[in-house]
Design a protein. Structure first.
Length: 135
């Protein structure tokens, strides 16, 4: 129940609550297995905030992550981003991990590029349709 409640806190919509959830994650109150999950819950709706926070606190967060899953964890935080600037952040992050571990970063980059392309193509089409067909 506690892990579920922490996850719900991470899914908050209010930016102040999101920040409190992130700060709680690394406060020592949640268990070492719950802390990364709180940050991952934040990434669901706020991937840029979660990724930036995780990288800022990378040394502390790495203590809670298995060495073989660290790159995957950080890349997955970024995957839902709609901000093209995340690609630059991921490129910098990729430079900090071994070349053999960059596959997950490349997947995240591809997901962001695809999403940006769909938004660029489809949103104007939807706006035209809505304008032509009313509310």
């Amino acid at each position: 129940d506690r892990a579920r409640l922490y996850s719900y806190l991470g899914q908050a919509q209010d930016p102040a609550l999101v920040q409190r959830a992130l700060d709680l994650a690394l406060s020592g109150e949640p268990s070492p297995t719950e802390a990364p999950n709180i940050i991952a819950a934040v990434a669901g709706d706020n991937p840029d905030v979660a990724f930036d926070y995780a990288l800022t606190h990378r040394a502390q967060l790495d203590e809670f992550l298995e060495p073989t899953s660290r790159t995957t964890y950080y890349a997955e935080l970024a995957t839902a981003s709609r901000d093209p600037s995340m690609l630059d952040k991921l490129a910098r992050f990729a430079g900090s991990v071994p070349a053999s571990s960059r596959g997950d970063v490349q997947k995240a980059e591809a997901a962001i590029r695809y999403r940006a392309e769909v938004i660029a193509r489809r949103v104007p089409e939807m706006e035209r349709w809505l304008a032509a067909n009313g509310d």
